[in-house]
Design a protein. Structure first.
Lengths: 110, 111
């Protein structure tokens, strides 16, 4: 089944404790991206990747890192999480037109 | 920054009625897409309309695009309780990988 998977789905952590949210797709898409969703703000793009070893900043990259060592994986790294990074995070991969979204990761930073 | 803005923010209708949601955007686009999101879950692609198209249908969905007004509408006909969800428009200004989403319209269909 074609899908985008994210782990973990739910995470509660404390300020400053490094964490990684994994994202994997099995559709051989070159393009992948990360979004955060906050009430009233819609989805805002954090980072995107056009292909392996190619990443670029989206609208709200501060406090986040990504890597794209393999085509299928695009992890999101929070080196020192802060409470304002409490949000719902979505990974997506794309054919170049339609985006396919993962199920989301709900993160709470205390 | 957000490109699309949906209107209304929330819409509540009875089952069987039609639901219309609007989207306005600011810059020229290549295409506009509509996505649906069930509460707290990932977005699901519904329909894509290109800048040279004016109307597109898919099942009970009808999308229109008016590039002169920089606006689009999504019509869901004969709504069902299962259509209850948030609906987002997304535009790409430069390429299909640089998409901007609006804040969404929350649709509630009462049985």
């Amino acid at each position: 089944e074609a899908q985008v998977t994210q782990n973990p789905r739910y995470l509660i952590t404390v300020t400053g404790k490094k964490l990684t949210v994994t994202c994997s797709q099995n559709m051989n898409h070159e393009y992948m991206s990360w979004y955060r969703q906050d009430p009233g703000l819609g989805l805002r793009q954090i980072y995107y990747s056009m292909n392996v070893e190619v990443t670029d900043k989206g609208d709200v990259p501060e406090g986040y890192k990504v890597s794209r060592k393999e085509k299928r994986n695009f992890p999101l790294i929070l080196e020192s999480p802060s409470p304002n990074q409490t949000s719902l995070y979505f990974c997506a991969s794309s054919t170049g037109e339609t985006q396919y979204f993962g199920p989301g990761t709900r993160l709470l930073v205390l | 920054s957000q490109q699309g803005e949906e209107d209304p923010q929330a819409l509540s209708i009875q089952e069987g009625e039609n639901a219309t949601m609007n989207c306005s955007y600011k810059t020229s686009i290549n295409n506009l897409q509509w996505y649906r999101q069930n509460s707290g879950r990932g977005l699901v692609h519904l329909i894509l309309i290109r800048s040279n198209e004016r109307e597109k249908h898919s099942g009970r969905l009808r999308v229109t695009l008016d590039t002169s007004k920089k606006s689009s509408s999504l019509l869901i006909t004969a709504s069902r309780a299962a259509d209850t969800a948030s609906y987002f428009c997304a535009t790409d200004a430069y390429n299909n990988n640089d998409m901007r989403f609006g804040a969404g319209t929350r649709l509630t269909v009462k049985p």
